[in-house]
Write a protein that binds this ligand. Structure first.
Ligand code: ZN
Ligand code: ZN
Length: 305
């Protein structure tokens, strides 16, 4: 499914954001202290994984995260984060909290950015885009004051990718953190469809970056010389690259706190059998939502009177 949102617009707060940023790496859409993607970054990229036929597609396994996802965070202008930070994507993709990838590319003119968006959409179609949730937005930022290198506005193309038809494989289910009370009574079967990052997204990301470098980058013999060199994270800025932290990110939100399934705690059929040791309100052995002394339950009692 394609979602093409937004149009070119000026970022009103860009000057404020740029104040503390080195003028060479000004980009109000990404964090400061980024460095230009170099030839050694590109040489270190993993090979593009083959196209998968599997539908639904399993979430990335721990070894795929180590081989592809974590290196890409440092080598490409893409970052991954849990879906709950993805704005309206949360409500549009249903329950759960899989990872999502977001990339940003910069152009010196509008037509180059438009052409890139068209090429990205074409690639997505070739890659069976109906499996993806793809969100593309375009923005324009003003030139930085006093910078001799950036004379005109910069056009940004942002891309978000996540596989809609995905499921959590056993290798990931087994790594769920032990903060679920009913860890041994999980109600999350492997055939639950939960959007998340799969090998489809990794392949797509690598293909898009290759496309950008081949066809748009100023320094190559490209057909549209309007792409600006990508900015990537130096290793010291990458703090999320461990399986353990990723598991905490994913399962700490969007899943039932009792059994780790995709329903809300209030709808959990086993929550009475697996109470926490300590209620927030009274210290008793039940979930706070079941506490007779919780503010919400006291309000209900008053209403009944
Ligand atoms: Zn539950
Ligand atoms: Zn209580």
């Amino acid at each position: 499914m394609f979602r093409l949102s937004g149009s070119f617009r000026t970022l009103k707060n860009a000057p404020r954001l740029q104040r503390n940023i080195n003028k060479r790496s000004v980009n109000p859409h990404v964090e400061p202290n980024l460095i230009p993607q170099s030839a050694s970054h590109i040489a270190a990229l993993p090979a593009v994984p083959p196209r998968t036929q599997a539908r639904p597609t399993p979430w990335l396994s721990p070894s795929e995260m180590e081989t592809y996802l974590f290196p890409l965070h440092e080598l490409l202008p893409w970052r991954f984060f849990p879906r709950r930070f993805g704005g309206n994507i949360i409500s549009e993709l249903g329950a759960g909290n899989g990872l999502i990838l977001r990339g940003t590319y910069r152009f010196t003119d509008k037509s180059g950015a438009h052409q890139f968006v068209e090429d990205v959409m074409k690639t997505a179609k070739e890659e069976e885009n109906d499996a993806f949730y793809l969100k593309i937005h375009e923005n324009k930022s003003s030139p930085s004051q006093g910078s001799s290198e950036e004379k005109g506005p910069i056009y940004h193309v942002g891309i978000k990718s996540i596989t809609k038809e995905a499921f959590i494989p056993k290798s990931i289910l087994d790594l769920r953190p032990d903060f679920f009370s009913a860890t041994n009574n999980t109600l999350l079967p492997e055939n639950s469809i939960i959007a998340g990052l799969t090998v489809r997204d990794l392949r797509f990301t690598l293909l898009i970056d290759q496309l950008f470098r081949d066809r748009f980058l100023l320094t190559s013999s490209s057909t549209s010389n309007t792409g600006m060199i990508s900015l990537v994270r130096p290793p010291h800025l990458v703090t999320s690259n461990s399986i353990e932290s990723v598991m905490k990110w994913i399962f700490g939100n969007g899943f039932c706190r009792c059994c780790g399934s995709t329903h809300k705690l209030v709808d959990c059929p086993v929550r009475k059998e697996y109470p926490p040791t300590h209620c927030l309100h009274c210290g008793g052995k039940h979930w706070a939502i079941d506490c007779p002394e919780s503010p919400a339950n006291l309000q209900d009692t008053n209403k009944d009177k």
